[in-house]
Design a protein around this ligand. Sequence first.
Ligand SMILES: Cc1cc2nc3c(=O)[nH]c(=O)nc-3n(C[C@H](O)[C@H](O)[C@H](O)COP(=O)(O)OP(=O)(O)OC[C@H]3O[C@@H](n4cnc5c(N)ncnc54)[C@H](O)[C@@H]3O)c2cc1C
Length: 383
Amino acid sequence: MNFELTEQQLKYRSAFRKFAQERIDPIAQELDEKALYPHDIFDEMKQMGFYGFTIREEFGGSGADSVSFAIALEELARAAAGVAVAFAVHNSIGSFALDVYGTDEQKKELLPKMASGEILTSFALTEENAGSDAGNIETTAVRDGDEFVINGTKRYITNGKYANLHSISALTTPGRGKKGLSCLLVPSDAPGFRVVKTENKMGQRCSDTATLEFKDCRIPVSNLLGKENRGLSIALKALDSGRFGVASIAIGCAQAAFEKALHHAQTRVQFGKTIISNQGIEFMLAEMGTQIEAARLMIYRAAWRKDQGLPIGKEAAMAKMYATEVAEMVTYRAVQILGGAGYMKENDVERYYRDQRICQIYEGTNQIQRWVIAIQLIREFGK
Ligand SMILES: Cc1cc2nc3c(=O)[nH]c(=O)nc-3n(C[C@H](O)[C@H](O)[C@H](O)COP(=O)(O)OP(=O)(O)OC[C@H]3O[C@@H](n4cnc5c(N)ncnc54)[C@H](O)[C@@H]3O)c2cc1C
C-alpha cells in the first residue's frame, strides 16, 4: 500500500492550487455576495484545459485519474465551492453517461467539444416529486417517428442556465414506473426547451442552479444514451461515480476554514495569551485536523477504487457521508474559534460554513447515503 501522491497528482495539485488561490480566491467574496456566475474564470478554465480534465486523451481531454479529480475539486473549493461544483458536474455526472454508455458516434462527436469547453453539460434528474425518490420521475419522452417529444420540468439543476447539453432522465415508456426511464441528451437549442428560473441560494452562490422546462421539446432519437428503459440504472451509476467529488468539495471548504481558524487561534490574544494556549481550543483544532485527514483518505480510497474498476457504491457513499459531516463540524467550529470575527463576511469562514452545507443534500442526501451503506453492509456482513 502506498499513501504517496504520484508526481502527476502533485503537479495537478500545484496547478489547481495556484489557479484557485491567484484567480478565484481574491474575488470569491464578491462572487458570493452578488451571486455572480464567474464567466471569466470559466473561460480561463477552458483555456487551461480544465473542462476536459477527466475526459480521455483520445477525445482531447487530460484523462486525469480520479484521485487527481478529487484533489482538483478540493483545491477549487478551498477558494470557491460554487466554481468547484460547476467543474465537478461537467467532469463527472454530466459527461459520465456519454463516456460509458454512448455510441462511438456520440462520443466522437461530443466528447472533444466537452473537453474544449465548447459544450458545458448538466445532469438533470430532480423534479418536484422526484428528489430522493428518483424513480418517481414524471417527465415523459414519447417517440414520434425519428424524434422524442419531451414534456416535464427539472428543478435545482447545476449548470442549468449556462449548459448547452443536458443529460436528462425521462419516461420513454410511461406507466412502467422506474423501469420505463431512459437517459437522453437535450441540447439547449432544442425547440421547446426553456430555462424558467434560477435559484437564489444559501451557499455556493456563484454556481448556476436552474429550473428547466420541456414543452413538446423535440430531440432526435439518436440522442438516446444507452439502452431504452435503463435510464434509472445509468443515472444511479453516474451519481455513484460522482459522489466522492461532492465529498472533496466539502473537504475543500473544511480545509480552508481550518486554516483560518488555526491562524486566528495562534494570533488572537485574550487573557494575556493566544487563544490556542487554551486546551479547549487546541483540542478542537486537533480534532478538526484529524477528521479532515480521515475524510480525505476515505475520498482517495473511493477514487482509487474507481480507477481500478472496483465497485465504489459503498466506499463513495461512506466518503460522502463522513466528509460532508466533517465539513459541517469543522466549519461550525471555525466560526466559533474566530468568535465575532467568524460571523463577519470579511473573514470568509461564514461563507465556508454556508458553502459546505449543500454537500449533505445534493447527489443524494446523507439519509440516502446511510441507506445505500446499510444495504451494502447487510450484504457483506448480514446473516
Ligand atoms: C444547489 C443544488 C444543486 C443541485 N444540483 C442538482 C443537479 O445538478 N441535478 C439534479 O438532478 N439535482 C440537483 N439537485 C437536487 C438534489 O439532488 C436534491 O435536492 C436531493 O436529492 C434531495 O431531494 P429533495 O430536495 O427533493 O428532498 P426530499 O427527497 O424531499 O428529501 C427531504 C428530506 O427527507 C429525507 N428523506 C427522503 N426520503 C427518505 C428516506 N427514504 N429515508 C430517510 N430520509 C428520507 C431526505 O434525506 C431529506 O432530509 C440540486 C439541489 C441543490 C439544492
